[in-house]
Design a binder for this molecule. Sequence first.
Ligand SMILES: [Ca+2]
Length: 566
Amino acid sequence: MKKQSFTLRTIAQARIPLPFILFFLLLLCLAPFPLGFAAATRPNILIILADDMGYSDLGCYGGDIATPNLDGLAKNGLRFTQFYNTARCWPSRGALMTGYYAQQIRRDTVPGVASGGKGQRPAWAPLLTEFLKPLGYRAYHSGKWHIDGKPLQNGFDHSFEIGGGQNNYFKAGGNTDDEQPTAQTPDYYVTTVAADHAIRCLKEHAEKFRDRPFFQYLCFTAPHFPLHAPAADIARYRDAYRRGWNVIAAERHARMTQMGIVHHALPQMEREVGPPYPFPEDLLKLGPDEINRPLPWSELTDAQRDFQAVKMAIHAAMVDRMDKEIGRVLAQLRDMKVFDNTLILFASDNGASAEIMVRGDGHDQAAPMGSATTFLCLGPGWSSASNTPLRRHKTWVHEGGINTPLIVHWPAGIAARGELRHNPGHLIDIVPTLLEITGGKKPETIKGLAVPPAPGRSLWPAMKKDGTVTHDYFWWLHENNRAIRVGDWKLVAPAKGPWELYDLSRDRGESQNLAAQYPDKVRELEILWNKHTEETNKLALTNLPSKVPMQNPTPGASNNRKEKRP
Ligand SMILES: [Ca+2]
């Protein structure tokens, strides 16, 4: 008001003609409205995470699984083609929800401190919810969690949490609704139950909090092992994968190339690379038709081919069912008339998994595959096809382990329809992106602690125009698998292997190791990786909670092998 009075007095003194004054006054009167309008229409946010889904599983990324609802979001939104996660469930969720690399917040292994699945975030690393609250958002969590603390103590107003080791899609045991045990139902299937919960939260929101925006965090466990799906869903894919993983990979690669998603050669499957953790006794429990190497399909026996084809049929059924459930959530948004002004982001927490193990109640070889008493994993043959056309799997930081689709849909905010974005990005970018879009702010200190600079960049400019967001580098470390990307150069090494160097501008399949040809580039990137790792470890060892047990005395040693819920 002070400023306005001063301005009017100035105008009067200047003896400006009346029409100009009236026009100026009109502008002043209108000025508050755009601000108010923007606040009133702040977008709702829906983040949907898949679990262990491959880069090319979705139809809109060249896949052969029916995913019409996600394809529809892609058709009217954006698909990022080089979007990264951290190669594993819990570090990805920590990075997504805080905007820091997982090690910076002790959510992946750091030598000398409780970390990884047992790590506690520093007080300066609250979740995204805490930054959305002051903007009026209500927040709902439905599904997998894998972050330290409980959702209700971390800014969520409701939470359905899939717990209990996540070892059975058909059992309610261990799952909680606002921290209370949930009831078993005859047709229980957790993918459907998670969507039901999200829809229930949205309905309540429409009834009681219509004037406020919402953040719905919907985290499916699909298609993480065990391969469990309703029999009718499996039946529709029973014969779809009999051609084998080599043919399916080639078909996916051809479609992705035609769609413009990739433009590099398909890498060879690595027949010597099996699951990241060997469980030889578990392999025996699965019978003679399970194999733990991605052998050429032609080398399999007929019985092995039948068995393997059904496994992929179950994986497809899990993704197909997830898409159907997403469709029900989208229908709820349309029903609430908020579909256009809800910013929807869909991604997977890591690449498809080569793991093979048996947990929970074990595996009954006589039971129908994919039913409640079986415990099957995708394994390296099909995870190679699922991650087409990228190399390796979940836990590795080669491209197959760390790439995910990222679908962005927000008709009210993004003009582009059906476009690709080749701008690289990472889960660490989601918090800054959402803060920029919503007008949220991170304070400089939290609970008396200085908030360290976060590594992510807002992808909002890239959503408007491709190629507008650059990062100094992307960094990875998981289970001693390590990598760094600067521009299109990527330096990567498996836990026990030497550095490999790739030019991702023409070789995202990581087929041509250029390390011997460019030793100076290797050295330069290695120095950068070492520097970031040292700084990260130093940060992780500061601002410790009062009672933190020391562990992992050996650098690189993992405390994750016995994680109950990878
Ligand atoms: Ca995962």
